[in-house]
Design a protein around this ligand. Structure first.
Ligand SMILES: NC(=O)c1ccc[n+]([C@@H]2O[C@H](COP(=O)([O-])OP(=O)(O)OC[C@H]3O[C@@H](n4cnc5c(N)ncnc54)[C@H](OP(=O)(O)O)[C@@H]3O)[C@@H](O)[C@H]2O)c1
Length: 278
């Protein structure tokens, strides 16, 4: 039985949970001919990072920082990847590059029974994760305000999303103005609070959080972030980003294997690895 190999390219990759999640999922479904590798590749050779696994017969790849944008030149990005301007999953059998971050994010919000259509949502950040969040929320019909430390980056993100995906009507505000606007959901798409900067929060202390708000923190290391604690301290609900990570992986798993991914197996494997690395 020929080995079917998939893997992740990125730099650095020392903390990736993807091999652990996927290999646990292959084992749970008896897919003993599948294996998932981590391939740490120097940032200056993106073409090599895609072409070598392709030549070696890999079925597909996950792509993470710093390659998500640049690999668009080395595959055929689908409409979703073109809209966001980033690829995180490639299927070499079709050459298609897609982006499963959006589906992972929206599926996890819906799994937590969060209404989105017509809801007021504040997105914190303007990097790759924020781009996926704004696109997904906009598709779901949410009203969106973006807050970013560097306003020009937020301007650029929205200008690009307007061109690539027709995104309209998203406002950029300062944090205090966004707080006044109010929201039922605030999504942290910044890296503030991520290990080792665990005391940091993207929400400035002293700016009141909207009453009854739900905070969704894409950061999953640590499981409980400073921002989540701020929300809970005022009676809000707080959800960490592990569910999104698992669901974006599950979407790639489905694409490559044609099988439904065992979400609970993937969650347990990821939680165990996180607990061991603490
Ligand atoms: N759960 C998941 O599945 C999942 C998926 C994707 C990403 N993520 C997480 O999402 C986060 C962002 O990822 P990314 O790829 O979008 O990164 P990125 O492209 O590097 O963007 C980083 C963003 O964070 C902001 N930022 C960084 N430090 C900050 C601070 N101390 N205070 C306020 N803002 C700060 C940056 O603001 P400036 O523009 O001002 O620099 C920028 O908007 C990371 O923690 C990543 O692990 C999670």
């Amino acid at each position: 039985m020929a080995l079917k190999r998939v893997g992740i390219i990125g730099f650095p990759l020392s903390h990736t949970l993807s091999p652990i999640m996927h290999n646990a999922a292959f084992a749970a479904l008896g897919l003993t001919d599948w294996h998932y590798d981590a391939m740490e590749i120097p940032p200056d050779i993106p073409k090599h990072a895609v072409e070598e696994p392709r030549r070696a017969g890999y079925v597909g790849l996950n792509v993470t920082i710093p390659f998500k944008q640049v690999v668009m030149a080395y595959c055929t990005p689908d409409a979703k990847a073109r809209a966001i301007g980033a690829v995180n999953t490639i299927d070499f059998r079709t050459d298609v590059g897609t982006n499963t971050d959006v589906d992972g994010f929206i599926e996890d919000l819906l799994a937590h029974q969060l209404p989105l259509r017509g809801e007021k949502v504040i997105v914190l950040g303007a990097g790759g994760a924020a781009r996926a969040a704004v696109y997904g929320l906009w598709q779901q019909g949410a009203q969106i305000v973006v807050v970013n430390r560097t306003k020009e980056r937020a301007d650029d993100m929205l200008a690009q999303l307007t061109v690539s995906a027709g995104v309209q009507g998203v406002q950029i505000l300062t944090l205090d103005k966004a707080a006044e606007w109010g929201a039922s959901l605030i999504v942290n798409c910044t890296s503030a609070g991520m290990k080792p900067q665990t005391d940091e929060s993207p929400w400035i202390a002293g700016v009141p959080l909207p009453q009854g708000v739900t905070v969704y923190d894409m950061v999953y290391r640590p499981a409980q972030t400073a921002f989540m604690r701020q929300a809970e301290a005022v009676g809000g609900r707080a959800i960490g980003g592990l569910g999104m990570l698992i669901r974006q992986g599950a979407a790639a798993f489905r694409l490559w294997t044609g099988r439904e991914a065992p979400l609970e197996v993937m969650r347990q494997a990821a939680e165990q690895a996180l607990a061991q690395h603490l």
